[in-house]
Write a protein that binds this ligand. Structure first.
Ligand SMILES: Nc1ncnc2c1ncn2[C@@H]1O[C@H](COP(=O)(O)OP(=O)(O)OP(=O)(O)O)[C@@H](O)[C@H]1O
Ligand SMILES: [Mg+2]
Length: 464
């Protein structure tokens, strides 16, 4: 009797997954964290930033810089690119350290007393190595990239910087608990011990300011007056053009010593960006001719976002692969577009707070059970109350619910407009802009599973 070994079944599944892709030559290069060696259409911006930071290589303090640009305009990628270029100088630095070490050895010879003296602080490195070598040693450039969405408080930021220069585990600053003065003192000590110029990139700096205010930026823009052997420069990156409105005037003028805007990419530029990745990521001939132009055109309409363009191309490739196709077609791109859109909507819905989520749930239920009949804000409120009571949630005022309706409209989940009935007054008419069933599935996954199958209580009293 023929019988499939269960182990073989699983093995077959794994093998199917491991089978070399016929579509992707290298999937990694299509990920958004990948930074290519050359960034098309960003050479001007990169050169500008490089020329602002270049004085660091001579031991001078670069002017602080603020970079703006819409999402996906290559700000983070350019910052990483510049960081790599700048720290490739680190090898020079290493050779300086080796020279210093050899010099130190020579001076100390076998004399343990020398080492003891050094350890006890009687003789400092400065004296042992001589002024020239010390100066040279201190000319290093440190480049520290920080994403302020993760490092979003003043304490964390200073601790992160201090820890960058920690020499071993014992030197690590705890993630909380030190007083601001102690922490700041420690940072000064470490920076001066290391010497040179430290360039600190604060990516998505608006997040930090929105969460924790701009005190830490004020501290950092003043730090050079407390440093003896080193210098610090700041590069802030934000996709919120109004970000500086949140800043204290002094911080604003210091941080924005130089300002640079990354413009959105047009369709032509996006094509070049996609072509470069496609060459690295896909096998030759796999992409049908119209695929890249279509991805570029769609992304150009969405504010010239290169991340969107790359994601479209990647997802289109994945759809083609999953279906066992040998080529990626424009149809795959269109399907990728709607899938990404669905994922985006799902994400927006999932992250809504409970009250607006309940309002959206109510509207979706009314659509689901009411079909094409119009939905008015008054009826939404009555049904909202009904569902809130059934789900054991607090019932908010109709004014709050009306505000949620406006917010859901801004998010693009629903459409709402005011219409007038003459004598009978005015009301808001609401339409749903997202797939009803699928969105309800996302919502009912969570807190509303108990009421998911209950139809709305109040239906249309007025036909119009
Ligand atoms: N000129 C370019 N050449 C090649 N790839 C690029 C270019 N610009 C952006 N990309 C790619 O597009 C994606 C998004 O870019 P990036 O993360 O730099 O955007 P951003 O401006 O930092 O956006 P956000 O404001 O959302 O953080 C990344 O995968 C990046 O590698
Ligand atoms: Mg970014």
């Amino acid at each position: 009797m023929w019988r499939m070994n269960p182990f073989d079944t699983v093995k077959n599944i794994f093998e199917a997954f491991e089978a070399p892709s016929r579509i992707f030559k290298n999937r990694e290069v299509l990920r958004s964290s990948y930074v290519p060696d050359y960034l098309p259409h960003r050479q001007r911006e990169i050169s500008l930033v490089a020329s602002i930071l270049a004085p660091a290589l001579r031991g001078e303090t670069p002017t602080n810089l603020l970079i703006y640009g819409k999402p996906g305009t290559g700000k983070t990628a350019s910052a990483n690119f510049i960081g790599r270029a700048l720290t490739s100088r680190a090898s020079d630095l290493t050779s300086r350290y080796i020279r210093a070490f050899l010099e130190l050895n020579r001076k100390l010879g076998d004399s343990t007393t020398g080492i003891m003296e050094e350890a006890s602080g009687v003789v400092g490195y400065d004296e042992l190595l001589g002024e020239d070598l010390m100066k040279e040693l201190r000319r290093g450039v440190h480049y520290i990239y920080i994403n302020c969405q993760q490092v979003d408080t003043g304490y964390r930021l200073l601790a992160h910087l201090a820890n960058h220069f920690a020499r071993d585990w014992n030197e690590r600053v705890p993630i909380s608990g030190w007083s601001p003065d102690t922490l700041y003192g420690k940072l000064l000590e470490r920076l001066d011990r290391e010497g040179g110029v430290t360039v600190v990139v604060l990516d998505e700096v608006d997040r930090l300011v929105a969460k924790s205010g701009d005190d830490v930026l004020y501290t950092l823009t003043r730090i050079n007056s407390d440093l003896k052997h080193s210098r610090l420069s700041l590069v802030g990156i934000s996709n919120d053009l109004k970000f500086t409105d949140m800043l204290d005037g002094r911080v604003k003028s210091s941080l924005g010593g130089e300002e640079l805007v990354f413009p959105p990419y047009n369709a032509h530029q996006l094509r070049d960006i996609l072509n470069q990745r496609a060459e690295m990521g896909f096998y030759p001939g796999v992409l049908e001719e119209g695929v890249i132009p279509l991805c570029a055109a769609i992304a150009a309409q969405e504010f010239g976002d290169a991340r969107r363009a790359l994601e479209l191309l990647k997802v289109a490739g994945e759809i083609a692969e999953r279906e066992g196709e040998e080529k990626v077609t424009e149809d795959h791109v269109r399907r990728a577009q709607s899938r990404i859109e669905e994922d985006r909507v799902g994400e927006v819905i999932r992250t809504l707070p409970n009250q607006p989520k309940l309002v959206l749930f109510t509207i979706l239920q009314m659509k689901r059970f009411g079909g094409d009949r119009r939905i008015t804000s008054g009826e939404v409120y009555d049904n909202y109350r009904f569902y809130a009571e059934r789900a054991g949630m607090r019932v908010l005022t109709s004014r709050r619910v009306s505000e949620f309706i406006s917010e859901l409209t801004l998010l693009g989940l629903i459409d709402s407009r005011v219409i007038s009935f003459g004598r009978q007054g005015r009301t808001k008419v609401i339409d749903v802009k997202i797939p009803v069933k699928r969105s309800l599935t996302v919502i009912s996954d969570g807190i509303f599973s108990d009421v998911a199958e209950i139809p709305p209580r109040y239906t249309y009293r007025r036909a119009f």
